[in-house]
Design a protein around this ligand. Structure first.
Ligand SMILES: NC(=O)c1ccc[n+]([C@@H]2O[C@H](COP(=O)([O-])OP(=O)(O)OC[C@H]3O[C@@H](n4cnc5c(N)ncnc54)[C@H](OP(=O)(O)O)[C@@H]3O)[C@@H](O)[C@H]2O)c1
Length: 252
């Protein structure tokens, strides 16, 4: 039986993806930092499913010890991790555009350092096993967006990290993949005050991620195509045009 570890599996995209893998008879370990939220997610996943497939371990990814212990515990007591979906993320848009260092520190600790701690331990246990590390980044990492400085740098870092590790981990026989969803309706995006084009459900994202992770081998997984390709296109726009678009969109 195959095993997937999903960080941030207590809500949103992580939870919906966990559901999809369990329905398809994978053994699933969900982690997140809030025990109550995690236990409640576990109960929901057990409903109408084979309970033996569902596992939950509290793990705050911003703690290296916690990450190491969690991965050791999964490998020893549950099963060898075939796929690690590094999905956990903190998100706090800065609507008033006032630079707040504590917000930057939080997002660097969780989204960047947390991802690095997971990768660091996974590289040791997954070595020579042809397993997969899939990192969820975001189109907000493609360019700097107004009000999204902290989140943007964390997502840009994850994107760049995934590209570098794609090359470097070939030697370890570990597949590295990156996932960039468009706007998905979750607790995180409920914090947005702007209208999100092509907003899709978490269930839609879960199905796409299950499908591509289990049936495809491509480095990059994106959905829905139209909006993500539009964001990709903005990467090549000269600053004059890029800044002009934002001025027109939101008077930034
Ligand atoms: N929603 C979108 O439109 C969208 C678009 C592009 C990319 N993404 C990416 O997709 C991923 C999932 O986002 P989402 O929208 O599903 O967000 P979400 O519903 O807010 O879920 C975030 C998850 O991360 C967990 N988490 C937060 N801090 C953590 C920590 N320190 N350690 C461990 N877990 C932690 C949360 O649980 P606890 O609170 O229990 O820790 C929760 O389970 C993120 O990487 C996000 O950047 C989302």
């Amino acid at each position: 039986m195959k095993t997937i570890w999903i960080t941030g599996g207590s809500s949103g995209i992580g939870f919906a993806t966990a559901k999809e893998f369990i329905t398809n008879n994978w053994q699933v370990v969900i982690s997140s930092s809030n025990k109550i939220k995690l236990e409640s997610a576990k109960k929901k996943l057990e409903l109408n499913n084979n309970k033996t497939l569902v596992h939950a371990i509290v793990c705050d990814i911003s703690s290296k010890n916690n990450v190491d212990e969690t991965i050791n515990s999964i490998e020893k007591n549950i099963g060898k991790i075939d796929i690690a979906l590094l999905n956990a993320s903190a998100y706090s848009p800065n609507k008033n555009q006032i630079f707040d260092i504590s917000n930057y520190e939080l997002l660097v600790d969780v989204n960047i350092k947390g991802t690095l701690y997971c990768v660091d331990k996974l590289k040791d246990v997954m070595k020579s096993r042809n397993n997969t590390i899939a990192i969820i980044s975001s189109p907000l990492g493609y360019r700097g967006w107004p009000t999204a400085g902290a989140y943007g740098i964390s997502k840009a870092a994850q994107l760049s990290l995934s590209e570098s590790l794609y090359f470097d981990f070939k030697k370890l026989n570990i597949n590295v993949r990156v996932i960039c969803p468009g706007f998905i309706d979750t607790e995180a995006t409920k914090k947005n005050s702007f209208k999100m084009p092509f907003l899709k459900s978490a269930e839609y994202a879960g199905k796409k991620i299950f499908d591509r992770l289990t049936k495809g081998k491509e480095f990059e997984i994106i959905f829905p195509y139209l909006i993500v390709y539009f964001f990709k296109f903005t990467r090549i726009l000269p600053y004059k045009i890029y800044f002009y678009i934002w001025k027109k969109l939101g008077n930034f």
